[in-house]
Ligand binder design. Structure first.
Ligand code: 5AD
Length: 343
């Protein structure tokens, strides 16, 4: 096992079978090697991103997601420009220098001017901040327009790199190929791009996860967002089991060893399946945390899965908690923009 981990650290990739072998292991050496790789590039610094969940409308019906359009028990909302700017002001005062605008695929924003004007307003008020968009699949022209309006980064999880598995998680009209095309377009336009997947999603096998790593090797993204799948009661996946902690941590360490420079969040979903999940994620190689800046009264309306943490905690408190938790394990939250370091 250790030989294989060393091989991954040197060659930055493995065969499908070798990835599977490491994924199912429990040797702490994996995490040690991954943490060392991260420390070489980023030291003990962890970047923070302020998450603003600005719309929970979604036209899609992904079988696993609590915001799917056929879930009629979710009260839908959109934040006004003022509300978004209020979130940014609060975040800026707390030291955030990246804002992540995340939402469902909301038809209201088919007019790119709406999103572009939000981006322009944020950039005008906070020119020293980076903006990450996470609003799903759009046309290349739209991505270009949003990039020109000030978006620096884009998160679009591919969810699974296996087309058949993709079709078990999504309605028939959604295609892995178009997701991949979007990621390619985003990269070519010049965004710092993040893909990602859920660990332990329904029907997922180790072969699927290995395929995810091989796809990521090929795409060579700047960021990768992963977290355990967690069932949501009002979805067709309600009775599926959640993704495992060890498997998620192993996946994080593998991603770190594949690219020591990667911007790799320790996600809220990881913090939801284990009380110290986000710290464990950092110890496994993650270097980003994304506390929530959304208004308190919208938090419970943005539930992708059951049991999501921090829905009752205000941003100042969340920031303090994460500071203390990371300090306790020897890491330091920093307020830099935290752009990808291209060596
Ligand atoms: N459990 C964990 N993650 C989920 N996501 C959506 N639903 C769930 C769930 N039930 C993730 C998807 C999506 C991101 C915004 O949240 O990977 O891309």
């Amino acid at each position: 096992m250790r030989k294989l981990i060393d091989k991954l650290a040197v060659e930055r990739t493995l065969t499908q079978d070798e990835f599977k072998h490491i994924l199912s292991g429990t040797d702490p050496y994996l995490q040690e090697r991954a943490a060392k790789a991260r420390d070489t590039v980023y030291g003990k610094q962890v970047f923070i991103r302020g998450l603003i969940e600005f719309t929970n409308y979604c036209k899609h019906d992904c079988y696993y997601c609590g915001l799917r359009c056929s879930n009629t028990s979710v009260p839908r909302y959109r934040l006004s420009l003022e509300q978004i700017l209020d979130c940014c002001r609060l975040g800026y005062d707390l030291g955030f220098r990246t804002f992540v605008l995340q939402g469902g695929e909301d038809e209201y924003y088919t007019d790119d001017a709406t999103l572009a004007s939000i981006l322009c307003a944020i950039k005008e008020h906070y020119p020293d901040c980076a903006i990450t968009l996470s609003v799903g699949e759009r046309s290349r022209a739209s991505y270009k327009r949003l990039f020109d309006a000030g978006a620096d980064r884009y998160l679009l999880r591919h969810e699974t790199a296996d087309a058949e598995h993709y079709s078990t998680l999504h309605p028939a009209h959604m295609k892995l190929a178009s997701r991949k095309q979007c990621l390619q377009d985003l990269k070519e336009i010049g965004y710092q791009v993040g893909c990602g997947f859920m660990v332990g999603s329904p029907e997922q096998t180790l072969d699927h996860l290995a395929a995810d790593f091989l796809f990521i090797k090929e795409l060579d993204p700047h960021m990768v967002g992963i977290g355990p799948f967690i069932p949501h009661a009002d979805t067709p996946c309600a009775s599926e089991k959640a993704g495992g902690l060890q498997l998620t941590l192993n996946a994080l360490s593998i991603l770190r060893l594949m690219n020591p420079n990667l911007l790799l969040p320790s996600t809220t979903a990881l913090g939801t399946i284990a009380p110290n999940g986000r710290e464990l994620g950092v110890l496994a190689g993650a270097n980003v945390v994304m506390p929530n800046l959304s208004p308190m009264d919208t938090r419970k309306k943005y539930l992708l899965y059951d049991g999501k943490i921090s829905t009752d905690d205000d941003p100042r408190y969340c920031r303090d908690v994460i500071d203390r938790k990371l300090q306790a394990i020897g890491y330091e939250v920093v307020t830099a923009r935290g752009d990808y370091i291209d060596l």
